[in-house]
Design a binder for this molecule. Structure first.
Ligand SMILES: Cc1cc2nc3c(=O)[nH]c(=O)nc-3n(C[C@H](O)[C@H](O)[C@H](O)COP(=O)(O)O)c2cc1C
Length: 169
């Protein structure tokens, strides 16, 4: 699949067959995360892989927008280490680049995923930090719920000329 073919039809998937992704697929997804750019190349991204069904259920119980997680069977929590990148804005950008890379790699593997937001909603990031024993200097930015899709979603064309400014605003 070429990169444009991966970007344009990608959609958030929240319905899964229940089959858990294998280690080879997981490694490809993590590799895609690691390949993301980061400001100053500080590479502050860290990853927590969750496959334990009890943990996935606990997160879904406590995070109202994470209901897809248990059936997905795998969650990749993308975190940013403030000791490596002290500017929070850059940390968020770096982790978001990793999350997007993972989402596209998921699509390339014919798997399905959804980005579950954590930071900056304190309620959500604190729940995850507590459940996963994340240290103070590490901010969980988002979770990629990933699994085998049980639904096909139509591609949406969001291209909008009105939002494109030529040379100046
Ligand atoms: C920062 C961010 C946070 C998101 N948080 C959630 C979430 O907590 N739960 C969820 O089901 N989807 C979440 N999404 C997915 C969006 O709802 C989804 O990308 C959007 O509706 C567009 O749909 P599409 O991904 O199918 O194109 C999030 C997306 C982003 C970028």
């Amino acid at each position: 699949m070429n990169v444009i073919e991966a970007i344009n039809p990608r959609r958030s998937i929240r319905q899964y067959t229940g089959e858990v992704i294998n280690d080879e697929q997981l490694k490809i997804l993590l590799r895609a995360g690691f390949q993301a750019p980061s400001a100053h190349n500080f590479q502050p991204q860290e990853y927590i892989v969750i496959k334990d069904s009890k943990t996935l259920e606990l997160i879904a119980e406590r995070h109202k927008y994470a209901k897809a997680l248990p059936l997905a069977g795998c969650g990749i929590v993308v975190c940013g280490d403030l000791d490596k990148e002290s500017r929070e804005g850059s940390l968020i950008a770096d982790c978001s680049a990793s999350i997007q890379n993972i989402l596209l790699a998921v699509h390339g593997l014919d798997l399905g995923a959804v980005w579950i937001g954590l930071h900056p909603v304190k309620e959500f990031s604190e729940i995850i930090s507590e459940i996963l024993d994340i240290p103070e200097h590490v901010i969980p930015i988002g979770i990629v719920a990933v699994g085998h899709p049980d639904v096909q979603k139509e591609a949406i064309n969001r291209y909008n000329e009105e939002k494109i400014h030529k040379e100046k605003w």
